[in-house]
Structure formats: C-alpha cells, structure tokens
Write a protein that binds this ligand. Structure first.
Ligand SMILES: [Zn+2]
Ligand SMILES: [Zn+2]
Length: 244
C-alpha cells in the first residue's frame, strides 16, 4: 500500500513538477534523468566486442580479441561498459562527478542491471568495490561517484560491496590528454589494497565511471591479483570513443 502511494506520488510529482534534463538543462517530465531529445542520443555498447576488454568491434565482425589485448593481456579478466562515452551520457557522467544525484545513481544502476545482467550472472562476484579517489579529491567532492554505484548495485543483487578495498595512495595527473604509455606510468603504483580487507581467493567486481585506455582499472586489477584475488572483472558506465 505504501509503495502504491509512493508510486502515485512519484507519478503526480512527475506531472506537477517538471525536472531539468541532466544533460542539457531543459525542463522534462519523463521518468529518466534525460529529456527525450538527449535520451534519443544515448548509444549502448552492443556486440560484437572484444571478449576480454569489451572494446566494440566494427559491425559484421566475429567477436575476437582486440589488438591491445593481444599486445598485452590485461590483468583484469573481463571488462564491460554500458554506454558509449559521448553526448548526453558524457554530460551526465561529468555532472555526476561533482553533484551527487539519487536519480542518476538509480539510472546508472538500472542501466547496468538491464544491459549487463547476464554478464554479472556469469561472473558471479563475491565482492563489489569501486575504483577509489585519493583522499584529497574525496574531500573536495564529498563522495566517490563509483562507490555510489557499487553500493547500490550490490544492494540490488545481494552481493557484498565495500568502499575501501582499494586505496589511492598518490595524487595522479588527470589521465585526460595523456598518451596510452603515459597513462600507464601515471597510475603505476598509485593504488594499494587495504590490509584490513580480505581479497585472497575472491572474485571481485570493480566499478568505475569511464573506460578510456583501461590503465586505471588494469592497475587496480594488478594490485588486487598481487594480493591474491582469484579473478577481477570490471564494469564501467561508459567507454570512451577515442579508443574505438
Ligand atoms: Zn536534454
Ligand atoms: Zn580487448
């Protein structure tokens, strides 16, 4: 009954109080954080893609291991992303970094569950954890956007989530604008596993917002495996188009 009232109230609020589209800022009345125009621009990552890193392959290709993974096998076992990092999704992710939003967290988690449900079932993780922010950045922002998603996702699927399995021990340069080699060097040895957390023999699902070169999640996976993690999988909200 309470739920029924809640739903009706939500519906009423949608009609009475239009919201602002998270991407373009115009008024909208829909159930998603986007206006219909911005929602229409959202592009999902669909097969075929690299079975390891999830990089989308040109249409008509049989799924095959991509050049980057052939050149150097990643430390993570598999990575998948929901959206292309462009248009409305790019805007929403940037805003989500600086303004905590319950409706966006809901949208991200629902999208992961809708599009990557069989992946999650297949990997069957023991533990979900976010890519961490350095403490100074965490203080500036007040929250870690990837933790909001990891926590809610874990709650939805009944899998334990922990905020501080990984810790960022040094402040690194922003990866934007760095070459692939420099990105790798930039994040090298910048993370550590919290000694209070048990990762040995665990299957860990790592959550991040954007997969660009994969250097960050790969470094996290390297450290987790060094501490005995059995398998490390990655889910990011989006995949940057520069890598496609
Ligand atoms: Zn819009
Ligand atoms: Zn690949």
């Amino acid at each position: 009954m309470t739920r029924l009232i809640g739903n009706s109230l939500n519906h009423l609020l949608d009609i009475v109080v239009p919201r602002l589209c998270i991407a373009c800022g115009t008024f909208t009345k829909g159930q998603t954080p986007f206006c219909p125009q911005c929602e229409a621009k959202i592009k999902l990552i669909l097969p075929p893609y690299c079975p390891i890193c999830g990089k989308p392959l040109p249409k008509g290709n049989q799924p095959h291991i991509c050049g980057s993974c052939l050149q150097e096998i990643p430390f993570f076992d598999k990575a998948r992303s929901v959206f292309y990092y462009q248009n409305s999704i790019r805007e929403a992710i940037i805003k989500f970094k600086f303004a905590e939003s319950l409706s966006l967290t809901d949208f991200w988690v629902k999208s992961i569950l809708k599009h990557l449900n069989s992946f999650i079932e297949q990997i069957s993780p023991d533990l979900i954890c976010p890519v961490p922010l350095h403490i100074t950045r965490l203080r500036q922002r007040g929250y870690n956007q990837s933790w909001l998603i990891a926590k809610k996702l874990g709650k939805n699927i009944g899998i334990k989530s922990r905020a501080r399995v990984l810790m960022k021990r040094k402040v690194t340069l922003d990866q934007v604008g760095l070459s692939m080699a420099k990105r790798k060097l930039n994040v090298r040895n910048s993370f550590e596993v919290n000694p209070k957390e048990k990762v040995a023999k665990k299957c860990i699902l790592l959550i991040d917002d954007v997969f660009t070169s994969g250097s960050t999640v790969n470094e996290c996976a390297r450290i987790l495996k060094k501490s005995g993690a059995k398998r490390v999988y990655v889910i990011t909200l989006a995949r940057a188009i520069s890598e496609i």
